[in-house]
Write a protein that binds this ligand. Structure first.
Ligand code: S3P
Length: 435
């Protein structure tokens, strides 16, 4: 990272070699703090992501009266206050860049006795919230949004909630989770159906904290009025952070990397299936279970990639991996076609637009559609990229820079710290050219 203007210059480095442990899973870290805070007793969290997003959630619960000790990096001891033990405060609660925090907390706080206001940074303030506020209103919640259904959210407390049966119109674990969390406080049963199954960390972790819940891919149901019991949570390494190294080691000739103890939840590893279809050489070894989640070491060796039509069934299972998949496609032989991914338009940036613009700046042809793109593989050149403050776009272009014929300057990279603090140092350690 250079000076105060926060940019990187990525250029051809060495073949990637070595063993890496990437930081803890962001989705699991958010939920671990939330459930531990509302549980009865003391919970210990290991492998907590020391990124700004997870820390934003932690700071919210601290402000609401939950005592959380941090005895060392990645470790938290949470003194749970019970389902009704949070204390209201004046002033807004800041979710920073974290869409997961704002949407899940909207559900959770709809059931509190006090009012809350949730705010976020410039990027989060442009992200749609009606997808949670509308179904929550059907449960009886009273939530005011900013203009156009955007943040801030003002959530009125003291409102009785009732369970509903809801079919999510977009594949979104955040929407599903917001409803389930409101359902903890609701009278009766809350049921969520999903046409396309999404990550099920909320369901798995509620069950682990002792809340009766019935779930299977595409469906979850719970009742209000139970209790959460403290437990210890071990957070697996974040597959989405590992993804940058998986793609980089695949693309760079001579590479062989081992990524340790990566979370392998089936709803997260769509990228593995797609890269394998493109010709990648990725092996999962030492498969194990850690804190109720599947984990494995991933061994990645260089292999040439060819373009494919990405099967739509994998889209939801790799929704955070498209920036780096587009980079892989840019370096593959032939065209890669993505469809059915309109959700990418409303992530931390418009990830179709920002990545397409970045690839074009490197001389790659990209045809955009409303719900995807066709990337024509070729040989990326040098250029200047605006990441639009999107952490995953910045890291994806750090990978592109390894394959480019001239240096790639990547602007607006500060938000890498939201999900992967220390990415650049770790990347240099295994061979990236990045400063
Ligand atoms: C997340 C769900 C996904 C994902 C986000 C984290 C979660 O969002 O993109 O990074 O932790 O539930 P959507 O549910 O909006 O697709």
């Amino acid at each position: 990272m250079s000076g105060g203007d926060l940019h990187w210059t990525a250029r051809t480095g060495a073949a990637l070699r070595g063993t890496l442990s990437v930081p803890g899973d962001k989705s699991v870290s958010h939920r671990a703090i939330m459930f531990a805070a509302l549980a009865e007793g003391v919970s210990r969290i290991e492998g907590f992501l020391e990124g700004e997003d997870a820390r934003a959630t932690e700071a919210v619960f601290r402000r609401l009266g939950v005592s959380i000790d941090a005895p060392g990096p990645g470790r938290r001891v949470v003194h749970g206050v019970g389902l009704h033990g949070l204390r209201g405060v004046d002033g807004p609660l800041d979710c920073g860049n974290a869409g997961t925090a704002m949407r899940l907390l909207a559900g959770l706080f709809a059931g509190q006795a006090f009012d809350t206001t949730l705010v976020g940074d410039v990027s989060l303030s442009k992200r749609p919230m009606r997808r949670v506020t509308e179904p929550l209103a059907r449960m009886g919640a009273r939530i005011d949004t900013g203009e156009g259904g955007l943040p801030p959210l003002h959530i009125h407390g003291g409102t009785p909630l009732k369970g509903i049966e809801f079919e999510t119109p977009v594949a979104s674990a955040q929407v599903k989770s917001a409803l389930l969390l409101a359902g903890l406080y609701a009278q009766g049963t809350t049921t969520v159906h999903e046409a396309q199954p999404t990550r099920d960390y909320t369901e798995r972790m509620l069950a682990a904290f002792g809340w009766p819940i019935d779930f299977a891919p595409g469906h979850a149901r719970l009742e209000g009025g139970h209790r959460l019991q403290a437990m210890n949570v071990i957070v697996p390494a974040d597959f989405s952070s590992a993804a940058f190294f998986i793609v980089a080691a695949t693309l760079i000739p001579g590479s062989e990397l081992r990524l340790r103890r990566v979370g392998m939840n089936p709803r997260r590893v769509g990228l593995l299936h797609v890269l394998r279809l493109m010709g990648a050489d990725i092996h999962a070894e030492s498969a194990d279970e850690q804190g109720g989640e599947p984990v494995a070491d991933l061994v990645v060796r260089h292999a040439p990639l060819r373009g494919i039509e990405v099967p739509e069934e994998h889209v939801a299972d790799m929704i955070d991996e498209f920036p780096v998949l587009f980079v892989a496609a840019a370096c593959a032989e032939g065209a890669t076609v993505v469809r059915g991914a309109s959700e990418l338009r409303v992530k931390e940036s418009d990830r179709i637009g920002t990545v397409a613009a970045g690839l074009r700046a490197l001389g790659i042809r990209v045809d955009e559609t409303p719900d995807g793109a066709t990337v024509h593989g070729g040989a990326p050149g040098g250029g200047r990229i605006d990441s639009h403050g999107d952490h995953r776009v910045a890291m994806a272009f750090a990978v592109a820079g390894q394959m480019a014929s001239a240096p790639v300057r990547i602007d607006d990279i500060a938000n890498v710290a939201t999900s992967f603090p220390g990415f650049d140092a770790m990347a240099r350690e295994v061979g990236f050219g990045l400063d």
